[in-house]
Design a protein around this ligand. Structure first.
Ligand SMILES: Cc1ncc(COP(=O)(O)O)c(C=O)c1O
Length: 425
């Protein structure tokens, strides 16, 4: 078994390590938790590393992408474009054009304007885009997690708007084939998750009848949980499968024969526990009654969004340092990153046994919303290398790079389709 110090001496610190065996186990657990037949989409926003995406594809998991970078990563991982679901708010004509040219035909749409732009891009290529309407409906009462819809939101159609302007669903170049829900992420408990998904099933059946739309694909989203940057286990959902199958039987009896195809989406559940971030203590200092350990990884590498205070605060709980020969009692220490902002804190007053400069720490459960959700461009430190392991074997080692390159102004026909290079992950 290759150890963390060996990996760091081979590939440097900080270092992300993802274990493919854990990715496969998560996919298997999720499939067993879900009513069958159903489709699972992996949401690349959690981690677009093509090696992870490819492992999930080999396990029969589809891909949901929201940008040109994620599209490129999904294609690089071997997904056929015709099987991808392209979603997200604010899709611009240039990316829709690129997606349609690549062969993407299934889109989740967030508004009438979005639907019309998807249609225009498809029609320009003589194609028809199959669209699912993302719905912003009231969620189930009392469910805890980070809410995505259910109030005023950039995501999805409000139900009254949809009913009032239903004629706009006939946008040229599109065919409405179903509905999409994603009301919350990281659900706090299984009962809440079941209530949320069941509510979406019932809303879908009502909307189908009310709007007279086809329901070939019902994407119920997810909300499947995983601990983030702290120790802990992914939940195993034992009641979800049966409870949801019952609601589907009541509301949409054709689902067992694929009418509609029922789909789910997950990012964090599938890859969260596969990854750990190894980082090194570069300095330890007292400051006005607190101890600070400065690390070589900060919110530029982990949890950048929360580092800015705009999401749940980051409370990383690394393990280490391992010094069995001279055990020390745990003491509170604040873990700071190397950025020139007081926001660069991975954890406050976390209990660790006597940290020293040079110690190696391991932040667990960092496979989702780690590097790609971070402030990589801020201060220009290089990205950590990313190593994929499978059991004892290192399968790949890569480093993401942000590079500036010169551009010529677009002219003539290309002015309407400037060609920024697709981000390579
Ligand atoms: C539409 C949609 N799908 C999938 C996801 C992935 O969520 P998670 O990683 O919690 O499974 C999100 C997260 O915000 C989302 O908005």
């Amino acid at each position: 078994m290759v150890t963390d110090p060996e990996l760091v001496s081979a590939y440097g610190s900080p270092l992300y390590v993802y274990d493919l065996a854990r990715v496969r186990a998560a996919a298997q657990d999720l499939r067993e938790a879900l009513p069958q037949p159903s489709r699972v989409y992996y949401s690349l926003k959690a981690n677009p590393h093509p090696g992870l995406v490819a492992a999930l594809r080999r396990g029969g998991v589809h891909a949901e992408v929201t940008s040109r970078g994620e599209l490129a990563a999904a294609l690089e991982a071997g997904h056929p474009a015709g099987e991808l679901l392209y979603s997200g708010p604010g899709k611009v004509p240039v990316e829709l054009d690129e997606a349609i040219r690549a062969g993407v035909r299934a889109f989740s749409t967030e508004s009438f304007g979005d639907l019309e732009r998807i249609g225009a891009a498809a029609a320009a290529h003589g194609a028809v885009a199959d669209c699912v309407l993302r719905i912003n409906a009231a969620g189930a009462p009392g469910t805890a997690g980070l809410r995505m819809t259910g109030g005023p939101s950039q995501f999805g159609f409000d139900l009254d708007w949809l009913a009032k302007d239903a004629h706009r669903l006939l946008a040229p170049g599109t065919r409405v084939v179903g509905l999409h829900f994603f009301p919350l992420t990281n659900a706090a408990d299984e009962d809440g998750l079941i209530a949320e998904l069941a509510q979406s099933v019932r809303t879908a059946a009502q909307l189908r009848d009310q709007l007279g739309i086809q329901l070939r694909l019902l994407d119920l989203g997810g909300g499947f949980a995983c601990p983030y940057a702290t120790a802990g286990e992914r939940p195993v959902y034992r009641r979800l499968r049966e409870a949801l199958a019952e609601v589907l039987d009541e509301s949409l009896p054709g689902w067992r024969d694929g009418e509609p195809v029922v789909a789910f989406e997950s990012g964090r559940y599938l890859v969260g526990d596969s990854g750990r971030l190894l980082c090194t203590v570069t300095d330890v200092k007292p400051s006005r009654g607190s101890t600070y350990a400065v690390l070589d990884a900060g919110i530029n590498h982990l949890g950048g969004l929360s580092g800015l205070g705009r999401l749940l605060p980051l409370r990383a709980q690394p393990t280490g340092p391992a010094r069995p020969e001279e055990p020390e009692p745990a003491a509170p220490v604040t873990l700071a990153g190397p950025l020139c902002t007081p926001a660069d804190i991975l954890a406050r007053a976390v209990e660790l046994p006597g940290v020293r400069s040079g110690d190696l720490l391991a932040v667990p459960n960092a496979g989702a919303y780690g590097l790609s959700a971070s402030l990589l461009g801020f201060l220009g430190h290089p990205a950590p290398a990313e190593v994929l392991t499978d059991g004892d074997r290192v399968v790949s080692a890569t480093r993401l790079a942000l590079r500036r390159h010169a551009l010529e102004p677009a002219t003539g026909a290309s002015a309407h389709r400037p060609e920024p290079p697709t981000v390579r992950r």
